[in-house]
Design a protein around this ligand. Sequence first.
Ligand SMILES: [Zn+2]
Length: 249
Amino acid sequence: MKFITNGLIIREQNIREKDKLVTVLTESRGVIKAFVHGAKDIKSSKAAATGLLSYSRFTLHTRGETYLISDAKTLKIFSGLGKSIENMYLAQYFCELSGVICPKEQESDEQLRLILNALYLLSEKGRSLFIIKPCVELRLMCLAGYMPDIMMCGECGEYEKETMYFLPKLGRFICKDCYEKNEDTEYKISLNKSTVTALRHCCYADMDKLFSFSLPEKDLKTLNFCSEEYIKFILERDFKTLKFLKSLL
Ligand SMILES: [Zn+2]
């Protein structure tokens, strides 16, 4: 069966001399693995279109449970990413994360749009990595059904307090007063008002406004720590590319 879909290459593995196996985050079928024959032939038009982080239009054939890319046309290459090693690692972390968290064999239009917007802003608009990263992390978690419950304090329902604590293992807020009344001391991250607002924004804002916010540098670091810790506890795993990225920051 033949079909056409747009997608972003999130992983490439060499197999045999000229062939490779790629993992693609596609619009219509989520994360799929597909073979590309002759991909490393320089004359092949498929070579660039099936490289890591290429956004391309693919013609695919299914053969049993395997996919084969018979044609690929590049729609976008985020060449500006190469200007910063940190951005390059962040992009690779988005690839690793989406390979784990995005659905397989199901439409993933929103996830794909999210990652493409993020790559565009990093590559061509010079947006700060510390803004882009938590937006993508938290929004991917929300789309995967792990939306944290951060509208109010989980105990007393208070919407706004001078200090709120984020509980990454539970994905919810507790205000300072309720935390101090509690006998069990759950692992917490302390947030001021503007970081609380930014965390809510990352989860609840419309996609077209998602990346449009600012926060002082110290608070941005806290926001990044919240999203990393939340992912770590909910998915119960680490990401190799994130470790590399953090070693550079
Ligand atoms: Zn409370």
